[in-house]
Structures are given as structure tokens and as C-alpha cells.
Ligand binder design. Sequence first.
Ligand code: DGJ
Length: 732
Amino acid sequence: MNIVYNKTSNHFHLYNDRISYIIGITVGGDIINLYYGKRIHDRDDFSHVIFRMGLPNVAVDADTESYSKELNRQEYSSFGTTDFGVQAFEIEMENGSRISSFSYKSHKIYAGKPVITGLPATYADESEAMTLDITLKDELAGVGLVLSYTIFDKYPVVARHTVFKNIGEAKVKITRALSCCLDLPDQNYEWMQFSGAWARERIPEIKKLSTGVTYIESRRGVSSANQNPFVILKRPNTDEFMGEAIAFSFVYSGNFIALADGSTHGRLRMLMGINPDRFAWPLESGESFETPEVVIAMTDSGLNDLSHTYHRLYNNNLVRGKWKNKPRPILINNWEATFMDFTEDSILKIASKAKDAGVELFVLDDGWFGDRDDDFAGLGDWVENPKKLPQGMAGLSKKINDLGLKFGFWIEPEMVNPDSNLFRRHPDWILAAPGRKSSLGRHQLVLDYSRKEVVDHIFDMLYAVISSSKIDYIKWDMNRPLTEVYSVAASSEEQGMIAHKYVLGVYSLYSRLTEAFPDILFESCSSGGNRFDAGMLYYAPQAWCSDNTDAIDRIRIQYGSSYGYPLVSMGAHVSAVPNQQTGRSTSIDTRANVAYFGTFGYELDLNEISDEEFELVKKQIEFMKENRELIQFGDFYRLRSPFEKDQCAWMVVSEDKSKAIVGFYCMRSNVNVLPGFLKLAGLDENKKYKMEGKIYFGDELMNMGLSVLEFQKKGFALARDFDSFVTVIEAV
Ligand code: DGJ
């Protein structure tokens, strides 16, 4: 990895073994992209790719009269001069002008990576990454910009963010501050987004790009189940195993936009950042604003390779703390077993049976606090309900620990029910617009986390209950979108800051709790996967994937999630049948065969299953204990897409290729069709592997494939709906 600056040509070349990112400074001080893609040799001067020809109807810059922003690839597109595409930022001056004209002033190249104040971001030490900060100025507006680029040594990744600084006397207002702009020289890409809604999160959708704008966004205050802040631009022929693609992952958990703008001259502009809709950030003289980070990765060998990059980068350079790269405990959660209707005794009964099965951690879900017997009351009152926990959290955690299990519990700290002591005492602590009714979501209101005193109060309450007991795990839930985004504590001018300040408030509480309790494993959740993003992973190394625990639907949800997020980040549990969301019944084997490919746990009362199933559960737990390190941190390959076929297959392979685990799922049986072959991936072609007692060469398994018929003969039926098998392959 290196960042080379050529003084004569004014070009920067950021490169590592796999990629080159080349930036030029034009005569007029404009910052443009000269190349981004597979690694190429360095040379003194790349300026032959700058476009300096007049075209009819194209405006050219006043100082050179031969250069147009519109025809050159901008690194941070601006409004008001010769670029007519979608802009990356907008600054309003006091006189109402929104025109910007920034030019290069200086740069800094250094080893390592800067911290972004108050925001999650990937991190790297001096041997892992190098950073280029380019400083630009708009003298008239009195604003400085820093475009920050970090290239990682081991990954084909460039991470970008931008810093705005008011260096003048007058106040300015930023009305748009995206994190990155990447202009590509052609539009022959397909846009792949991960969309859905509650209980059907992160389902891939592919669209062909051409001229005009394609975009996704969230305006819900959270990154959302509806659109994930992760987009892939792939060449039309790119599949899981071959071809080029570039991906953009936003390390942020609030409103966002991801947008591709295809110009009629043939360039493709990709933008990503905080959603500018209703965003406005006033900057007084001397003040700064830092955008969140976008992680841009590229591949020239297919989407599995692209996912491996994000999986490794996020496991090694985003997740922090004690649980980084640590296999996760097998848990049991009481939510689907009891909802809020439990007593200490009923909880202990579930926990005790789970212990017999080999479970390691018990999680007490919603309903333990305040007057919380249903979802109409109690949120905000983070003190134990003595009817349910007669000796408090301390008493229950001790009893669970005495059973030999670790213990954790559920919180939803951003919310308040109108029927709660917190709301009765502080009715103005919610997001609400004066004179308007506040919309309810699940009978609850959203606390105004843009206010420090609100965050402080919740921290104190949670600190008291967490520190009263031995707590190993916290599930942090968030069950409604933000509406009436207005803070009575802010001036009219500051209202455009509230949505982002809310997210900063959430991050600050996460920081304080994770610092105060560094050993606790945090799992984020938002009605399932409504805030499943890279920003959250910085604080909570795993996230509840979806409230839909049906094994067949989960295949799609986990498959879609795997494009941008590692398996170890995906909360996945075996629940009861018929499934509470879909009414579908699947075998306990199939439910586990899906949940293995995540953090793995149970969400049912094991007292209520048959003895025969209980014996299977014991075996499942043994299997997961033996293989979780490989499953959670190995290389994951998507082999057969559940969106294209009635079967799905995936596998994980250890780094040294000595062991692999394959999962194969029949979502819908097909009659009178040859069962075919499943081609495996990631193995060593020259190694011999043992699978189900037989020996195969790696190249046979990857090229001829594994005969599905053989598995059928062995008794894995696979010819019936919802059948599945998981098999281990070991080098001999
Ligand atoms: C939504 C979560 O996704 C569920 O797992 C559960 O924790 C409930 N909230 C509790 O209210």
C-alpha cells in the first residue's frame, strides 16, 4: 500500500496490491478522479485523461476556458458553476447564494487513519492503512473542505469522508453534506440494492443503470429495513464468482441517500451520505462539521469476493472490544416463548432446560421493567418490576448464573410510553412539533436524543440496573421510526440538525455504555433488522437480523444480509413451529441448519418440544460449539441463490482451506427434475477432502460438484419442501 504524490503533475496515486485510486488537481485547482479500479502501474503524469475539448452546450470554467466540470470526473461535485449533475454538497452563504467554487490549497499524506468525532468508522493502525487529506477552500464563502481518503493495505478498500470548516467571519449553512462522490467513466453497471420492510429485510433487487438518476434513501430516522445503506454497482455479467463490481457501504445508522446519476455524456456519478432532505447545519465562524464514512470496495472476481472484503474488514477494523473476532455464546431468548407474560419462576424453568441442552447465555427480553405487561406502558422506566423480578435484576441474574448460564437482558432506551413515569415527569423530552399531535408507533414516542440531558438521564438509569448485577449481554432494541422530528430545546434555525443530532445522541449513549461495561456483548435490534448497518456494528458487534424467524424466510434474509455484513453479525435463532410470523412448520433440523449460519441461539421454551427433538437440540448445540469459529469467521460463499431457484446453498471455508461446512436447503420441491450437482467453492483443488465418509479431491467438488442425488440416497430427502442438510468437509 502507498500514496504517491507527483509534484509536477499534481497527481495522487493511492494503491495497494489490488486497487489504484488516482486523483488529479487541475490548473484551476479542481479535484478530479483520473482512475479507480484494478491496480495499475504508477506514472508521472496521468493528465492525458483530463478532457479539455469544447462541446456544444457545455459550460467551461472562466479561468481556463477549456475545462468543464461536467465533462471531467469530480471528486466532490459542487453546485453553481460548470457541473450540472447531482451535487455532493451545498453551502448557503448569508446573502442566500448557494454557489460554491472550491479549489485545492494543500494536502497531507500520513500512515494510519483519522478518527471521526462522535461517529462510528473503520479504524487502522499505521501499518494497516494510509490516508490522504486534501484541503480545499472557497475564499468567498469562507469555507474550508477536507476530503479524506484512507486506503487499506490488506483490502481493496478506500474509505472516504469529508470535513467542512467555517474559516471566514460570516455564518454559513450546509444544506447538503454527502460523504462521497465517485464519478465513473461509463454507465455499463447494474445497481444492486437491499430492500424490504419489517420481517423481510435486505432482499436484493437489481436494476440496469443508464442516464438519469437512480436512488434509494431512508427518511425514517434509522437506516431502515426498507433500504439498507449498502449498494453494489456490478457489471451486467458479474456473478458470485467472476466479474467487476464496486460497493458502497455507509457507516451510519440514520437517514441516508445512495444515488447514481448517469449523465447524458456517459459518466456515472455515485453519491452516498446523510439524506439532505430537511438537513441543514449552520456553521458559525470556526466551527466544523464531519460527515460519516463511506467504505468503497471493489472486486474483479465476483460478488463472493466483494463480500469477503466487507466481512474481513468489518470483523477486523470496525468491530471493537472484547467480542471482536470471538465466537459468540449460544443463547436462549424468552421473547417468542413468553412475550411479556412471565414470572421469575417461568424464566428459571426455561433457563434450566436450556442449560441441560448446552445453551450458554440466557437473555431476558422485553417486559421486566416499570409497568410493562403489554406494549402500552413502561418504556422509559428502567427499574425492575417487582412482580416479575422480586429480587430485582441482581436476584435473577444470580439465579441464572447459579444454573451455570451467563445472563443478559433487553432494553429499548430511545423510547418512552405516554403511560410511564418518565413521560409524566418530562413530557417535553420527546421529539414533537409544537401545537401538533405526536404520532405513535407501537404505542410509544421517541425520546429527543439530540438533547444531552435526555441521554444523560437514560445513561444513569441503565447504569444503575446494569451495574447492580452480573450482566454479560444487552439487547438494544428500537421499535419505531422517527416522526415529528422537532426539538423544543433547539432554535428554529437548528431544526435541520435534529435528525443527525439524534443519531449522534444514540452513538454517544452506545459509547458511554460500552466504555462503562467493556465486557458486555451488545446486540443491536430494531424491530428485527430495521437498523442493521455498519454504524451499529462499531458499537454492537451483532444485530438481530429479523423478527421473522421462519427458517425458509430466514434463508433469504440471511443470504441478502451476507452481501454486506459478516455472518457473525447476524443474530439467528431456532424458534417454535408453526412459526409465529408465517404459520409455516419446518423441522427442528432445518431451523437449526439455517440459524447455524449466524450467531445461533434459540427463541422458544425447550420444555415444550418432544424428547426426541430435545436430543436433536443437544446435538445441534454440540455441533455449533465445535464449528462456530469456522462458521462465524470463515470465508462465506453463496453457491445457489434462493432468489433464482427453489433451492439455496451456501458454505463456509476455513482460511487454510482445511475444513468447510455446506448448507443446502430445499425451499420448494420440484417434481420430475434431475437433482443435479452443487459446485462448491474456496477449497484447495489439490487437497483430498472427506465428506460423509467418502474421499473427494477439492477440484472434483468445485468443478464436477457434489452430487445432490447421493445426499438424497443417504436419507437427506431434499426432495420435499423445507428439507435441508448441513455437511462438514475436512481435508485428509
Ligand atoms: C422487537 C424485537 O425485534 C423482538 O426480538 C423483541 O425484542 C421485541 N421487540 C420486544 O418488544
